[in-house]
Design a binder for this molecule. Structure first.
Ligand code: BES
Ligand code: MN
Ligand code: ZN
Length: 499
């Protein structure tokens, strides 16, 4: 929607944004900006309802701003910080129409009335996220067949409230990291092959100062990363494992030796289902089966550019294409992992867990992780259960879960806890191998996935599995998102790594 959105403190702004709560008058800070009374007049009009994101406009005649957007902040007594993301999205949509490119955002005064109270920097951050997220769209493949595409213009924002403006900057930066994930998600599978993902990861790592290692086929064989090799067998686009590492700048010997947080992402560049092939309606959209990995990449970008935690962070992307050919792995195959667990393949469409197993084993064996968080578009069952509102989250470690809870509260990326239990592990027993990759009955699908993964994680390592199959994309415009990928997880993980 915009070419870019950036904070700039200098220069005259054409537009001014102020806020009003539902059923409330303009606050004193806003009244002080209303030299000729035109804001008060507009605020008294019926379209100025105060509902979240509803915008009424005033056009002061004299010098200064020639447009004022009075945006609704919702119910003051039930204020929800997350609504500032929706508000940012609504403002962005309007400003893209009005073509104002320099905007003063003066919401800090009005927001002092909010209950519960919100700090100005956090408010700025949420609004910045909304503006940065709504700015995203994907025109890379728009060609000669779309002659009159709207020209993208830059948007410069600022605020006289220093804390709010710093927040804006942070929110825009977090949105920029999120948009990296959305760009990759949207890129079609004939372009975004495993090799392409590796090139993108390398370039991103180089640009922001992360180290990057790509394990290609030879190395996968040497290291016996058998899940990736089998799932990737049928495709000429060969699988790989990508490892990124962030080391704090200030790293003394101590923090270098510290156990890292390990982030793992399912990165299936396309999921046909393999020989257990998906029916047509289930296959379309499976370019987004890489979104766990895309979110982890975006989160590593945020780690390097915004969060800069003083702890090591390692990312592992298990990248493959689940296709079909005479070389495809099949239902009934048995494969043996490097941790000694044998798996009978009952369904080649339950491929995500097979490649995640490699990454989980690798993390436990090679990285001495402080904890592991994996993100995966793992099951259709979680979409049925939770829709696009909550991700499905599995974590038996109280401390890790509490940290993820705090990150969910600040990022607004919400999950709902689902259970682990021995009975679910028992469902995965195989007659001829240790476990199956999918129990043929339809019971507890999202939990079967987590139960399967648990066979590849050391009991001593705190671990969370987040099934994002419902939340990684939306099928219509909503809040600060347009139809398409949401980059779900980038901001959750960024906040998770913020101390
Ligand atoms: N990638 C799919 C899950 C998925 C479904 C993601 C819908 C996004 C939207 C996964 O690999 C898959 O095929 N899961 C199967 C598992 C089954 C075969 C055990 C499913 O959910 O049906
Ligand atoms: Mn599948
Ligand atoms: Zn899949």
């Amino acid at each position: 929607m915009f070419e870019l959105v950036r904070v700039v403190s200098k220069g005259e702004a054409e537009a001014l944004v102020v806020g009003v709560f539902k059923d409330r008058k303009l606050d004193s800070a806003t009244r002080a900006l209303d030299a000729d009374g035109s804001i008060a007049l507009a605020a008294a009009r019926p379209e100025c309802t105060g509902d979240v994101g509803r915008i009424a406009e005033a056009y002061p005649p004299g010098r200064g701003h020639n447009r004022v957007l009075i945006v609704g902040l919702g119910d003051r007594a039930k204020f929800n910080p997350g609504s500032l993301r929706t508000i940012g999205g609504a403002l962005g949509r309007r400003l893209a129409q009005t073509k104002d490119s320099r905007v003063d955002i003066e919401l800090a005064g009005a927001l002092t009335d909010a209950k519960p109270r919100i700090k100005a920097d956090f408010a700025g951050r949420c609004l910045g996220e909304g503006l940065g997220l709504i700015a995203w769209n994907f025109t890379r493949f728009k060609g000669k067949g779309t002659p009159d595409r709207p020209k993208k213009t830059p948007l410069f924002v600022r605020s006289s409230d220093g804390a709010f403006q710093e927040g804006l900057e942070r929110g825009l930066a977090l949105a920029a990291s999120t948009n990296i994930a959305r760009d990759l998600s949207e890129t079609p599978p004939n372009i975004a092959t495993p090799a392409y993902i590796a090139v993108q990861a390398r370039a991103m790592a180089k640009a922001v100062g992360l180290s990057c290692r790509v394990m290609e086929e030879k190395e996968l064989e040497k290291e016996r990363l058998i899940g990736l090799l089998n799932v990737g067998k049928a495709s000429e686009n060969r699988p790989c494992m990508i490892r990124l590492e962030y080391t704090p700048k200030s790293a003394g010997r101590k923090s270098k030796g510290d156990k890292p947080v390990v982030l793992i992402g399912k990165t299936m560049t396309y999921d046909t289902g393999g020989l257990s092939i998906k029916p047509t309606p289930g296959m379309a959209g499976m370019k987004r089966d890489k979104d766990g990995g895309c979110a982890v990449l975006g989160a590593m970008h945020a780690v390097a550019t915004v969060i800069k935690p003083d702890q090591r962070v390692v990312a592992l992307l298990a990248v493959a294409e689940n296709s079909i050919s005479d070389e495809a792995y099949r239902p009934d195959d048995i494969i043996v992992y490097r941790n000694g667990v044998s798996v009978e393949v009952t369904n080649t469409d339950a491929e995500g867990r097979l490649v995640l197993a490699d990454a989980l084993i690798w993390a436990c064996e090679k990285e001495s992780p402080a904890c592991i968080v994996d993100l995966a578009t793992l099951t259709g069952g979680v979409v049925t259960a939770l829709g696009s509102t909550f991700a499905g989250m599995f974590c038996e470690d109280d401390r890790l879960r509490e940290r993820l809870q705090r990150a969910m509260d600040t990022s607004g990326e919400r999950w709902w806890r689902l259970p682990h239990d021995q009975e679910y592990n028992d469902m995965m027993k195989s007659n001829s191998a240790d476990i199956v990759n999918s129990n043929p009955n339809r019971k507890a699908h999202p939990i079967q996935g987590a139960a399967f993964l648990s066979f590849f994680v050391d009991k001593s390592v705190p671990w969370a599995h987040i099934d994002i199959a419902g939340v990684h994309a939306v099928d219509s415009d909503s809040g600060p998102f347009i139809k398409g990928p949401t980059g779900w997880g980038v901001r959750l993980l960024a906040d998770f790594l913020t101390r």
